[in-house]
Each structure stands twice: as structure tokens, then as C-alpha cells.
Design a protein around this ligand. Structure first.
Ligand code: AHR
Length: 505
């Protein structure tokens, strides 16, 4: 067994970890909204105003901070007025991006806002720049946020919501370099400025506009839009999906993969750190004051769909491999929380790297859900200095770091901290013993709550066996200057423990 040291220092704060890093994405795609979230008031599935109670409760438990909607590619063909008013009068549309099925618009603005209220999360609305108009986008903002006596505010009241909603996050265009309009960055930036001008802060509601940023390693996009948008946007987005082979034509199965494909997946996911750092360099070059944040508003694994399911629905299973992907990405986002202010895994239910899978009345929480549950303590805490020794893993030509970590704290009282440590071991062969080492003036002081998720790389939960992959929890007395935790192969671990500094004694 390899032995390594994780050095952490609760007195060396770095940046606040925005809760929004633990955000999610929901699109009118496959069974994400319909069946996954919204079943309608008359469904046999227990629901409140049409929202599945089991899904809402599960998302509350992981403290979901923000939910992006209605897409994705769907957003740039979505006309919000089709999704308000009496359901039987709502205009159906063809969901051209996702399976060509008919969308009946039963789930629209009011339903989405109700969902966010039930979960207790912030809405993040993706406006239609691709096929919509500036007027349509501006009117949506007015419909949602205006408090006065305008026609749109009255229409909102007629539709059952007198009070305006608070809407902070608005995305202006999704993948405008691709499904959102195949635009050049110069053209996109000009368009963005027009939309931003007319989508106004109304009735005390302050918008936080987000511009469409790059696709993965398209550094040219960032380099062009940053000087044109830095005074007009609060953040730019980044989309990066983990595809095992890196080849969109042959993505591979979610559950049946070789050891080599497993390591390829981890290598692909680790690429995101280099991509983030390069984009941040370009952003810093144009915006030395760092006024513009980075939002990774689509990330996660993308495999071939489950056999027998609609290829346009992007339904995939989720294994321990996905748990490792989630853990690694979240540690990377935490470590860059000085610049990454939000992230939204794709997607929340039944699509891509989902938290939850549903089938009729049944629900399965995936290994990725378990990781979000283990990591949610980081939300709103302060990242502190930490470093772990390098252990390499992989096979053949794949040589990658096995371990990832991040550490954060909340200060309880002078000299006393609650610290949260999250770790992952991507090796399929080796356990690693980690000595968690504090500086001489700091001590662990009490019970450490340790949560461990481990298993075979392809282990997953099914509707017949929903508890195959489960987090194991235990408590240990951690006292003194260091403590030891052993990470089994293919594992994710979270620890919360108290640390006192000399000043406290
Ligand atoms: O998440 C699925 C799709 O991936 C989104 O609609 C799009 O933005 C991205 O290409």
C-alpha cells in the first residue's frame, strides 16, 4: 500500500467556495423534465403541484443551490410565451434537438419557478438568443420580475402569480458557437451586447448576466469575446464533457468498459483543469481586475445511450467511474474557486451524468448523487491551502495522478474551525494510506465524520438493486497534529472534523 501525506493549513485561507459550484442543469431533453421532475398533478407518483416529491426531497438533501433551465440547445428554440397560461391552450412545439418529439409546454416558467421554490434553489434562466428576438427575451425578464402595472405583469398575475419572482442568473445564448446559432465570436459578442442592453434590472431585481463562453479548448472564442464583453457581463460559461475516448462517434458504454477505458475516462476528465487554467489566463489578460467570473455550466460524462432507449434522450447509467469523475471535477472547481463562481453538472435527472434515474414510481440515486451528498459541506466555506503527494496510476501509455483533494473550513469561533476534506483515489489496484498533517500549531479536536464510497469501477445502482453503491459512514476520534485515513481503490472520501489552533488554548 502506498503511503502519502496530505498537508493542510486551516490558517491559510484562499477563496470562498461559491455554493453555486454544486449547481445542476435541467433541460427539456428526454425524460429530464417530464417523468424525471414533472409528472403533473394527476399522476399516481406522489407529487406537489406536479413535481415529484421523491426527486425534490433528494435534491433538497444535497442542498442544490442553483438549477439551470430550459436548456441547452433547447433554450435557443424555446419561446416562453408558449409555456404560460392554461395548460390545454399551450402551443405544442417540436423538440428538434432531442428526438424530434412533440413538447406540449406543460412545464413552463411558472412550473420551473415553483420547482425552484420547492427545492429552495436559485433559478438560472437560459434566454433564447438563437431563434428568438431581443424583444422576446426582454419581455420574459419583464414578465418574471416587474412589479408595476404593465401588461406583462398583469398577465403574470392572471396566470396565478401576482408577486414578481427574483431572477438573478440569466444566460444569454447557449453554445452560440454551435447549436445556438453557429455564430462567430465577434458576431455573438455584438448580439450579446444588444440583449444585455434591453434585458433590464426591473423593480429592484438585479440580473447577473452570463455570456456564452467557449467550447472546451476553443481559446480563440475566449480571446475574442473577453475584450468585447468584459464591461457587459458578470461571467462567461465553459462547456466541457468527459467522453472516454475523446471521440464523439464512439463514446462507449456507461457500464461496460475495460480497465483501459476507465483510465482513459479519468484522463479525459482531468483535462478540464488545464482547459480552465488556460481560459483563465486569457480572461486575466483582458480583465486584470478579474471582474468576470467563469461558470462551467455544462460538465460531466457523456456515453452511448442505454441500449434500447431513444438515442435523442441521452439516458445513461452511472457507475463508480462517474463518482470518480464527479469527485475529481468538484475538487478542481473548489481549488479554482477564486475564479469559478458556478458549475452545473449535466443533467439532474435521467440525462447524461444524472443524480437521479426514474422509472415510473421508482427512483434510483446514482453514485454521482452520493458524491454530491458527500461534498455539499464545502458550499459557502473557505478553501484553504492543501497539497497531497503525487501517486501515479494508469496502464500502458496512460499515466495519471491517482489522487485528488480539496480542503475547506468554516470558522466557528476564534481558533476553532470545522474543516471539510474531500479526497478521491482513481487507482483500480492500489489502496493509499493518507496521513492528514496539520502545521505544528494546529490540532484535530474531536470526532471526525468519515464518509467513504468505493466499489468496482462499473458498480452501479439499478431499479432492482438501488442500494448496491452506498456511502459508508463512520466516526473516529481525531486528536493531535495528524490523522490517518485509508482510501481503497476506486474510492471517494469526505471527512469533517474540528481543528483548533494554539491561539485557542
Ligand atoms: O446537455 C446536453 C447538450 O449538450 C446541451 O443541450 C448542449 O448545450 C450541449 O451540447
Amino acid at each position: 500500500m502506498k503511503k502519502v501525506t496530505l498537508k493542510m493549513d486551516v490558517e491559510r485561507p484562499k477563496s470562498r467556495i461559491a455554493p453555486e459550484i454544486y449547481g445542476q442543469f435541467s433541460e427539456h431533453l428526454g425524460r429530464c423534465i417530464y417523468e424525471g421532475i414533472y409528472v403533473g398533478e394527476d399522476s399516481k407518483v406522489p407529487n406537489v403541484n406536479g413535481m415529484r416529491t421523491d426527486v425534490v426531497e433528494a435534491l433538497k438533501k444535497i442542498k442544490l443551490p442553483v438549477l439551470r433551465w430550459p436548456g441547452g440547445c433547447f433554450a435557443d428554440e424555446y419561446h416562453w410565451k408558449d409555456g404560460i397560461g392554461p395548460k390545454e391552450k399551450r402551443k405544442p412545439m417540436v423538440n428538434t434537438n432531442w428526438g424530434g418529439i412533440v413538447e406540449n409546454n406543460a412545464f413552463g416558467t411558472h412550473e420551473f419557478m415553483e420547482l425552484c421554490e420547492q427545492i429552495g434553489c436559485e433559478p438560472y434562466i437560459a434566454l433564447n438568443m438563437g431563434s428568438g428576438t431581443v424583444q422576446e427575451a426582454a419581455e420574459w425578464v419583464e414578465y418574471m420580475t416587474y412589479d408595476g402595472d404593465s401588461e406583462l405583469a398583469r398577465l403574470r398575475e392572471q396566470n396565478g402569480h401576482k408577486e414578481p419572482w427574483k431572477v438573478k442568473y440569466i444566460g444569454i445564448g447557449n453554445e452560440s458557437w454551435g447549436c445556438g446559432g453557429s455564430m462567430r465570436p465577434e458576431y455573438y459578442a455584438d448580439n450579446y451586447r444588444k440583449y444585455r442592453t434591453f434585458c433590464r434590472d426591473l423593480s429592484g431585481n438585479e440580473l447577473f448576466p452570463i455570456a456564452c463562453g467557449p467550447n472546451a479548448d476553443d481559446y480563440h472564442w475566449t480571446d475574442v469575446i473577453m475584450p468585447l464583453l468584459k464591461w457587459h457581463t458578470k461571467a462567461i460559461s465553459l462547456h466541457y464533457y468527459t467522453i472516454p475516448s475523446g471521440n464523439w462517434e464512439h463514446k462507449g458504454s456507461a457500464t461496460k468498459f475495460t480497465k483501459k477505458e476507465y483510465y482513459q475516462t479519468i484522463r479525459q476528465t482531468l483535462r478540464i483543469e488545464e482547459i480552465i487554467e488556460k481560459h483563465l489566463k486569457i480572461m486575466d489578460y483582458h480583465d486584470a481586475e478579474q471582474n468576470v467570473g467563469l461558470i462551467v455550466d455544462e460538465w460531466g460524462t457523456w456515453y452511448d445511450v442505454e441500449p434500447g432507449t431513444n438515442p435523442g434522450f441521452l439516458y445513461q447509467q452511472n457507475t463508480m467511474r462517474d463518482a470518480l469523475v464527479a469527485a475529481i471535477n468538484l475538487n478542481i472547481f473548489n481549488k479554482h474557486s477564486d475564479r469559478i463562481i458556478m458549475a452545473n453538472i449535466a443533467q439532474v435527472v435521467n440525462v447524461l451524468q444524472a443524480m437521479i434515474l426514474t422509472e415510473g414510481m421508482k427512483i434510483v440515486k446514482t453514485p454521482t448523487y452520493e458524491v454530491f451528498d458527500m461534498y455539499h459541506n464545502h458550499q459557502g466555506t473557505t478553501l484553504v491551502d492543501s497539497v497531497i503527494d503525487m501517486v501515479e496510476t494508469g496502464m500502458d501509455d496512460i499515466v495519471i495522478p491517482a489522487l485528488s483533494e480539496s480542503v475547506s473550513v468554516t470558522q466557528k469561533e476564534t481558533g476553532s474551525f470545522l474543516s471539510y476534506i474531500t479526497l478521491s483515489n482513481a487507482s483500480l489496484e492500489e489502496s493509499v494510506q493518507v496521513r492528514v498533517q496539520l502545521p505544528v500549531n494546529q490540532k484535530f479536536a474531536g470526532v471526525a465524520e468519515i464518509a467513504m464510497l468505493s466499489g468496482e469501477a462499473d458498480a452501479h445502482n439499478t431499479f432492482d438493486n438501488p442500494e448496491c453503491v452506498q456511502t459508508q459512514k463512520r466516526q473516529e476520534e481525531w486528536r493531535g497534529n495528524n490523522a490517518i485515513v485509508t482510501l481503497p481503490p476506486c474510492s471517494v472520501c469526505s471527512i469533517s472534523c474540528r481543528v483548533e489552533t494554539d491561539e485557542f488554548h
